[in-house]
Design a binder for this molecule. Sequence first.
Ligand SMILES: [Zn+2]
Length: 331
Amino acid sequence: MKIYGKKNAIDALDRFAQSGRFPHALLLCGEEGIGKRTLARYVAMMYMCPNCSNGRPCMQCTVCRRIAERIHPDVVDGTYEVNEIYSNMGINKNHAKSFRQFMASCYMKPNDGDVRVIVFEALDKMQALEQNALLKCIEEPLEFNRYIFTAVNKTPVLQTVLSRVVAINVDEADEAGFTEALAENDIPAGRAAELFELCGGNIGAALELEESGGDIPYRTAAAKAAEAIAAGAELDCLAAFNTLKTRDDIFDTLGILSDIFAAAAASKAGKAVSGAFVGQSEKLASRLGSKALTKLYDETVKLYGLSFTNPNVRLFAAECTSKLFGTLDKR
Ligand SMILES: [Zn+2]
């Protein structure tokens, strides 16, 4: 296992480790494909490696290797465990109940050492009821349990949960790290340079793009929707959303759109922006005012939360378009 880039995240983790006050619950935030899952395993090593130096795990010992290979018995995939219980419960299915059942099983001591690491992915996709069940369990942490959560966007996460975790932003790889990671996946430097243009330093997105033959629906839709909004073309925006087939795709599109609007607002304020969607955010910044961009951002985050409750993909696509353009009407 290797970590590419993520300098800011690693620096933050180093500071915690060196201060001797490493948090018991961490939230790793960053876009889809950025490497949150890999970083979660690295943090698990920080918690468990017996040979840490200056807080950094050796990444070579048996413990580290088992974590890297995902076979360490005390690094638990909480999302998977909860879903297993949920699907085995039969009638009266209740996700919140299975959260509590799973957490009760974590009261037993770890198998191998002094620490158990429980990883929950996509905290921002959990409904409030589930987050609350989870909260009850992390409020009084047992001394041997550690929690690592991941999320694309912090906003749908309950304030009460946020107050009990330390959030770390996972940054993109730089071009050198990006190229190296792609070379390991047999992608030559020339193609890597093209992919860097398209995906910024998002290695996961680049690999997915390459595997899918050049199209990731939610990334393409987000780019097209952003351009349509900059151009004031509501029908084009609807067409972009209508290419999406699942709620998860709409969810991921909204996640990227919120990033694009935030970057556009930053660019408007004179800050340099980077990443894969620079073209779109600059277009938006040149055509819309700061207030409109902030409204678009807020509306996107609201829609992000709504995607749990709207059962119909087509209707939700239409709702997204009309809500986003609605913010522009009220200018
Ligand atoms: Zn180690």
